[in-house]
Design a binder for this molecule. Structure first.
Ligand code: TPP
Ligand code: MG
Length: 531
């Protein structure tokens, strides 16, 4: 800890962010956070301008998902924080580390309120209901500690969003904050006895399988090695997509909702579940029957027992837990690899046959996307049918952190701002946004933000003139369609009006051409695809 001398609260925030390696933030300034903005400029932290605070937090989320680092957004108080809340709720449900630093009511603001600008009845209380924790600092001196605490929490165990509120008078008040250096992330090692038990159970299994979720992103290599050692087919959740390259002989596919994954789980006598919630929002058709045969690896001890009670749980960082298993099992590809590959092929064929039915109407589009994205591309997808029935199941992924989807919370409007964050986090990668016509309009202003930042992102909008999934569900119930049909705008023209390029693509050739041009362009390209 070193004294940083006299400075204002706003500048102390910027310095604390800088001390934690933050080089980019998304935010919208307001009367209450000007001093923080002065501090950001002074610290040389890159600032990107979304067009709505929800876009700021989604962008920070996309950045965090592809880099594994903390994504940061800054806002003023009241409505700005509530605008960001939805995206923070998304980050919470998908275990993404996003920090929101917001201005708040002055320190001596009367509890029942007095009509201050942006006053909210209980903003911290509201945010406590959404994020991991929301904390209001009470002195300039506390600011570096509060920021360091937020990073410490987000870098340990299960990463989830945090809100730090700085009373507006503290932002301009002078104080002598004491710098707090970033703490090194703790290592969560598995208990040796549990490892022994888990390894023995897996070694005994005749038909093992692995389910990998978003928590396996940092352990892709270990997942592959354990799978090869055991000859275990691997199915990935939505957030785990790409943990095992989808052209690996043991890969079954991504998306637990496909019946073949359930069939695989039923057929297996041991299931190794790595960093996966086994959540209803992944499984859709009820819990897996996993009684007595599950080994769970999870950093979160509560999650390790939720949705499926494990026979053995390894509460640990996934790479360590899997390394411990490999040590006990022997790291070389085991004799069961061949049999495992045959089993995987059987379930993969079933998976693809089932998914191909779901995805048939987008087969040209998905083939064009696969060609343009190659092995290293990144897709930020919206909560649209072309994403969860199409790209999730049929667009191959080859690495973790390459398929971004608003899984748990299911928020429309995620794709474009998340793609912005992803492209800023991975500037050399091909990053594409995939949206429905409904979802795009939720955060349509972020097209202007992407254009301003000159990001070469193709924004593929699949247009079925309405809320297609909900229309389908109404029809399935025999209800008349209500509130699900609308005329889409001319999305290519809309893109151009926002400063992007814009094209209409209604054939495979037009798509291929549009995508190639878009990745080489000087700005985003909205590609309007009729369904
Ligand atoms: C913020 C939010 N509001 C409402 C919903 C409910 N919802 C789920 S899918 C959907 C339709 C989305 O339409 P579109 O983006 O065009 O995709 P499509 O279903 O047509 O493929 C709606 C309204 C939601 N997921 N998120
Ligand atoms: Mg639609």
């Amino acid at each position: 800890m070193t004294a940083t001398g006299t400075t204002t609260g706003g500048r102390a925030v910027a310095r604390a962010l800088e001390a934690h390696g933050v080089d980019v933030v998304w935010g919208i300034p307001g009367t209450h956070n000007l001093e923080l903005y002065a501090g950001l400029a002074e610290a040389g932290i890159r600032h990107l301008s979304p067009r709505h605070e929800q876009g700021a937090a989604f962008a920070a989320d996309g950045y965090a998902r592809v880099t594994g680092r903390v994504g940061v957004c800054v806002t003023t108080s009241g409505p700005a924080v509530l605008n960001a809340a939805t995206a923070l709720g998304q980050a919470y449900s998908d275990s993404v580390p996003v920090l929101l630093v917001a201005a708040g009511m002055p320190v001596r603001h009367p509890g029942l309120g007095n009509g201050e600008l942006h006053e909210t009845k209980d903003l911290i209380g509201a945010m406590r209901g959404v994020v991991d924790y929301a904390h209001r600092v009470t002195s300039v001196a506390e600011i570096p500690l509060a920021i360091a605490q937020a990073f410490a929490r987000m870098r340990a165990g299960r990463p989830r969003p945090v809100v730090v509120e700085i009373p507006l008078d503290l932002l301009t008040e002078e104080g002598e904050p004491v710098a707090v250096s970033p703490s090194s992330p703790p290592v969560l090692a598995p208990a040796p006895a549990a490892l022994d038990e888990a390894a023995a159970m897996l070694a005994r299994a005749e038909r093992p399988a692995i389910l990998a979720g978003g928590g396996a992103a940092g352990a892709a290599d270990e997942v592959r090695r354990v799978a090869e050692r055991l000859g275990a087919p691997v199915a990935c959740s939505i957030n785990g997509k790409g943990t095992l390259p989808e052209d690996h002989p043991l890969s079954v596919g991504a998306g637990y909702a496909v019946a073949a994954v359930r069939e695989l789980a039923d057929d297996s006598d041991a299931l190794l579940v790595v960093g996966s919630e086994l959540a209803p929002s992944d499984l859709w058709w009820g819990p897996l029957d996993a009684a007595g045969k599950v080994v769970r690896v999870d950093v979160d001890p509560q999650q390790a027992i939720t949705n499926a009670v494990p026979a053995v749980s390894l509460v640990a960082d996934a790479p360590l837990a899997l390394a411990g298993l490999l040590e006990r099992l022997g790291a070389a590809a085991g004799p069961d690899m061949g049999r495992g590959a045959e089993r995987a092929a059987r379930f993969r064929d079933a998976f693809r046959a089932q998914a191909a039915g779901d995805a048939e109407r987008w087969s040209d589009l998905l083939a064009a996307l696969a060609g343009a994205l190659g092995r290293d591309g990144i897709v930020a997808a919206d909560n649209t049918m072309v994403a969860y029935f199409g790209a999730l199941e049929m667009l191959p992924a080859y690495r973790p952190r390459s398929f971004l989807f608003p899984t748990g919370f299911g928020t429309l409007g995620f794709a474009v701002p998340a793609a912005i964050g992803a492209k800023v986090g991975r500037p050399d990668a091909r990053v594409l946004a995939l949206s429905g016509d409904g979802g795009l309009m939720f955060t349509v202003g972020e097209l202007a933000a992407a254009a301003q930042a000159r990001l070469a992102i193709p924004v593929v909008v699949v247009d079925n003139s309405g809320y297609g999934e909900i229309r389908r569900e109404m029809a399935e119930r025999g209800d008349p369609p209500l509130g699900v049909d609308f005329d889409s705008p001319d999305f290519a023209a809309l893109g151009r009006a926002m400063g992007c390029h814009g094209v209409f693509a209604d054939s495979r050739a037009a798509l291929d051409d549009a995508l190639e041009r878009a990745f080489a362009a000087d700005r985003p390209t909205v590609i309007h695809v009729p369904e």
